[in-house]
Design a protein around this ligand. Structure first.
Ligand SMILES: O=C(O)CCC(=O)C(=O)O
Ligand SMILES: [Fe+2]
Length: 266
């Protein structure tokens, strides 16, 4: 039986940055209240997938489990604007990726019973390194991409929690079949509805199988250095911001959506 990860909540942005650097993730207990969780679940459940935006949708009848994976959630309802810059989470993103960081994606993801295990992976390994170098105390790889998961259910082993191998981003590699690193094994995030976790792209992790009877609701927000391109399909200028939603965005939210000052390469 996989063990649950002991989740430590830190109070200051500095401690959270250190958690991202040392553990690979930072935990935000009760990031959302019960009303916010309920509203998000209801808006997410009403989103219609757009195949041109690479949204993935299938019913349990079609593919064995329900999946609604909707990209560009910020463009679907003004509610999502507030999840670009949630207090606490945004300070961590700006501290790790810079004051001009931006959102490279926001996904509403609903998965029903029968969802299979993912394999343990890195989302992106920007700088593969020999292990003895990567783990050296003087090596500090910049945090290029982080993802924040807003969990909208009380997570149990049955519902398919995210798992992490703490510290594995310091291996300099993807797991390639390994499930532990430096004595740290794969642990489950058994958090509560409304909790959030931010993690860097190199930490070994996966979504696990939904073996229960309930449906899981997850909002993902991906942050990155400005130099890393935003992923807002469809491409070749076919993605269009919803002007009515954009009109409600604050200056900071607009920047997070890509309204940058001119810089190198612009
Ligand atoms: O579903 C999850 O909890 C994690 C998903 C994930 O890591 C991914 O899709 O890359
Ligand atoms: Fe992942």
């Amino acid at each position: 039986m996989r063990q649950a990860l002991e989740l430590t909540a830190y109070d200051t942005p500095e401690e959270r940055v250190r958690a991202i650097e040392e553990d690979g993730f930072a935990y935000f207990p009760a990031a959302l209240d019960a009303d916010e969780v309920a509203t998000l679940r209801s808006v997410m459940s009403g989103l219609q997938p757009i195949s041109e935006s690479f949204d993935r949708y299938h019913t349990a009848e079609e593919r064995g489990f329900l999946q609604a994976h909707v990209n560009n959630a910020f463009n679907r309802d003004p509610l999502f604007l507030g999840y670009l810059d949630r207090p606490g989470v945004i300070e961590l993103a700006e501290a790790t990726h810079g004051e001009d960081c931006h959102v490279i994606g926001m996904t509403s993801w609903i998965t029903g019973p029968g969802r299979p295990d993912q394999t343990l992976h890195t989302d992106w390994l920007p700088l593969p390194l020999p292990e003895d170098i990567a783990a050296g105390p003087r090596v500090k790889v910049p945090v290029f991409i982080t993802t924040t998961h807003y969990y909208l259910d009380d997570m149990t082993e049955e519902l398919g929690p995210t798992t992490f191998v703490p510290g594995s981003h310091r291996s300099g590699r993807s797991p390639n079949g390994d499930t532990e690193w430096l004595g740290q094994s794969e642990r489950s995030i058994l958090c509560k509805a409304g909790d959030a976790v931010s993690f860097r792209s190199e930490v070994w992790h996966r979504g696990t199988a939904n073996v229960g009877e309930d449906t899981r609701h997850l909002l993902q927000v991906h942050y990155a250095h400005r130099m890393i391109t935003q992923k807002f399909p469809p491409y070749l200028n076919r993605f269009q911001f919803d002007e009515a939603i954009l009109a409600e965005a604050s200056p900071r939210q607009r920047r997070l959506l890509g309204d940058h000052r001119s810089g190198a390469y612009d």
